[in-house]
Design a protein around this ligand. Structure first.
Ligand code: NOJ
Length: 568
């Protein structure tokens, strides 16, 4: 392993998210695959990441890009085979890169044998008891059992049809109708997932990213719930605004939504924590838990639960110094209070890429995406400049950091995908009202001028790549001074050299309002979120420059730029 740090590796790790269908495509069918990943691991080692997290590659009808799993213990043929997975894992480990896989326990695919058996079985049967089947309301049972709405739009209930063709019970799906929710009150479900964890742990995975880790337990009686009015995601650090209509990040005081953040989920993670402890070598659980405030999210990473939780409040913080200082303080305090490292993240497969998001001038609730008709279109240069500055700031913070494939290339969101190419269920369930998440999922460019930019050799791509991506390709950036790729490589190298991931933040005073300035061990970080240059205080003149996100003249930090200098 390339971690020379003697403590648990995940406390300071940089974890790179691979979205398998868009990373590298070895068989040329236009959809990335596991052999493709194996073929590009050397590039990730050269980037300097500690681990990779793979979004789902298990057997799935792909109604939600693999987050609809039909067999938790096999690889979907579109991605390869279990042998391909083993080959990838052993190659990653040989490079000193740990491997985290996605676990989707809140719901299965409707093609899962258990759900098919449930449909074929009677109401009240043990088969139906693995999911959330309920009778409808009203005289003919034709009203949904409650008023919950799907995260992707429309009702969270779908009615079944009985074998004789008559309308039957309803089942709950917090996401797409192809993703029925399990009933986690059922011991059979718990036991099945213990088996799934063991299956992948036995194959050598280093951990799991747990999908919808705040959703598996629903409040008793499934009470109706009306979320507060839509909150914008970009306006502040507490108004997360994920999928308005269903995601309410209310705090403990008003209880919040009856399907999010219920106390019962913690029993599941305590159970899994013990299971992971049976295995050697610091295996991890990372929560995708969209809960607010951070002090509540920190419950997911208490010492006997999970190791990490994605810091979504950080992701949703605008590029604004005071907001950034607050969220960093809150994060360090909340996670620190339970003995966990904070994590930091700016992009993933569900949000507008930060090279575009940070230049949006209109509200953009998470999951809505952006398209040609969205208001507040980002200016590409502004977005990239801010993204580089934001990444340079993030990578100097103590704790774990998550990167999303392509951000190291400075990739923007693809805004002008043709409607006919869009595949996100959000797009379909809202009749095109929300563009959804396809724009951040376009296959990434490796080689300028090559078919599909080197994603494969055939030129096929499941989502069309823009025609102007040559400059973003990895081979156009590697070893090129000032490129975004080299900025990331250097930041990761320095982060490791100075063990910044295990350090601490000491705020520096005396800077103007738009500036975030702190030291972490031997490194002083100065981020200027404003648009006018910041003249460096005399004490920093001639300081030893370690890293800069933009041209630096030695005397002032430009607008939307971050520098690292050696602390005196
Ligand atoms: C969160 C995943 O990140 C997202 O892509 C997916 O659609 C939902 N969970 C449902 O599994």
């Amino acid at each position: 392993m390339n971690s020379s740090i003697s403590t648990e590796w995940w406390r300071s790790a940089v974890i790179y998210q691979i979205y398998p269908r868009s990373f590298a495509d070895a068989n040329g069918d236009g959809l990335g695959d596991l052999p493709g990943i194996t073929s590009r691991l050397a590039e990730l080692q050269s980037l300097g990441v500690d681990a990779i997290w793979l979004s789902p590659f298990m057997t799935s009808p792909q109604k939600d890009a693999g987050y609809d799993v039909a067999d938790y213990c096999d690889v979907d043929p579109i991605f390869g085979t279990l042998d391909d997975f083993d080959a990838m894992t052993s190659q990653a480990h040989a490079y000193g890169i740990r491997v985290i896989v996605d676990l989707v326990p809140n719901h299965s695919s409707d093609a899962h044998p258990w759900f098919q058996a449930a449909l074929a079985a009677e109401p009240g049967s043990p088969e139906r008891a693995r999911y959330m089947f309920r009778d409808g309301k009203g005289e003919n049972g034709d009203i949904e059992p409650n008023n919950w709405q799907s995260v992707f739009g429309g009702p969270a209930w779908t009615r079944t049809t009985n074998p004789d063709g008559s309308p039957g019970q309803w089942y709950l799906h917090i996401f797409d109708s192809s993703q029925p929710d399990f009933d986690w009150a059922n011991e059979e479900v718990r036991e099945m997932f213990r088996g799934v964890l063991r299956f992948w742990l036995d194959r050598g995975v280093d951990g799991f990213r747990v999908d919808v880790a705040h959703g598996m337990i629903k409040a008793d009686g499934l009470p109706d719930y009306t979320p507060p009015a839509e909150g914008g995601s970009m306006g502040g650090t507490t108004s997360l605004g994920l999928e308005p209509g269903i995601d309410d990040f209310s705090n403990d005081e008003d209880g919040g939504a009856p399907y999010w953040g219920q106390e019962g989920v913690h029993d599941i993670y305590r159970d899994w924590h013990l299971l992971l402890e049976e295995y050697e070598g610091d295996r991890v659980l990372c929560a995708e838990a969209w809960v607010d405030p951070l002090s509540k999210m920190a419950k997911w990473v208490r010492p006997d639960e999970m190791q990490q939780a994605f810091n979504f409040p950080y992701l949703e913080t605008p590029w604004e110094a005071s907001a950034l200082r607050s969220v960093i303080d809150e994060s360090l305090e909340a996670f620190g209070a339970v003995g966990a490292p904070s994590t930091w993240v700016l992009s993933n497969h569900d949000v507008v890429r930060h090279a575009s998001r940070l230049a949006l001038t209109a509200e953009n609730p998470q999951g809505h995406g952006i398209g040609p008709k969205s208001p507040g279109q980002p200016i590409r240069e502004t977005g990239l400049r801010r993204a580089r500055a934001a990444s340079a700031l993030m990578l100097a913070l103590p704790g774990g950091a998550y990167l999303y494939q392509g951000e190291e290339l400075g990739l923007p969101e693809v805004i002008d995908l043709p409607d006919s190419a869009r595949q996100d269920p959000t797009w379909f369930r809202t009749n095109g009202e929300r563009y959804g998440r396809d724009g951040c999922r376009v296959p990434i460019p490796w080689e300028a001028g090559a078919p599909a930019y080197g994603f494969n050799t055939t030129g096929a791509a499941w989502l069309p790549q823009p025609g102007d991506w040559d400059g973003y390709a990895r081979d156009a950036q590697v070893d090129v001074e000032g490129s975004t790729l080299e900025l990331y490589r250097e930041a990761l190298r320095l982060r490791r050299e100075h063990t910044l991931g295990l350090g601490s933040v000491s705020w520096l005073e005396g800077f103007p309002e738009p500036v975030v300035a702190f030291s972490n061990g031997p490194v002083t970080v100065i981020a200027n979120t404003g648009d006018t240059p910041l003249a460096l205080p005399a004490e920093f003149e001639g300081a030893d420059l370690l890293l800069t996100s933009a041209d630096f003249d030695g005397a002032s930090v430009g607008g939307d730029a971050t520098i690292w200098v050696r602390t005196r």
